[in-house]
Design a protein around this ligand. Structure first.
Ligand SMILES: [Zn+2]
Length: 138
């Protein structure tokens, strides 16, 4: 027990109130790790935290707000449609008739998701490398 923690000893922990990494006094230990600490600055008692949890959360939120790449949007749609009603992509043919949310198996571009009917004979389809206009109803 030379480098172990002990109740009443000091440990650097993330303080949930001060929002800083500060010196804390250990109140409770489980499996040689501090679980409950008291902040030496604000005297607040809380669970031991080695990293700022809230900061991590806000970083994730910020990342979610950033513009998605076509590939990310594509992956979301394919994942959603694959788990829902359209498990298999239909082979693309120019004389076929597709609707929004159809999965298309294109010989050149791969699997695509129909995003919009542009005209009765044109569909906007999202492929892994971006959206493309395809002809239908020919
Ligand atoms: Zn504090």
């Amino acid at each position: 027990m030379t480098n172990g923690y002990s109740v009443g000893g000091d440990v650097v922990s993330w303080c949930t109130k001060c929002k800083l990494e500060l010196g804390h006094t250990i109140i409770a230990i489980v499996d040689n790790k501090p679980v409950k600490v008291k902040c030496n600055t604000c005297n607040g008692q809380h669970n031991y935290r080695s990293a700022p949890a809230e900061q991590k959360k806000s970083t994730a939120k910020r990342a979610g707000r950033k513009r998605k790449t076509p590939e990310e949007i594509y992956n979301e749609h394919v994942t959603r449609l694959s788990s829902e009603n359209v498990p298999v992509a239909r082979k693309y043919r120019i004389n076929d008739n597709f609707t929004v949310d159809d999965l298309i198996d294109h010989p050149k571009f791969g699997i695509g998701v129909v995003m919009a009917i542009v005209k009765t004979n044109k569909i906007e389809t999202l492929f892994k490398d971006g959206p493309r206009l395809l002809i239908q109803n020919q």
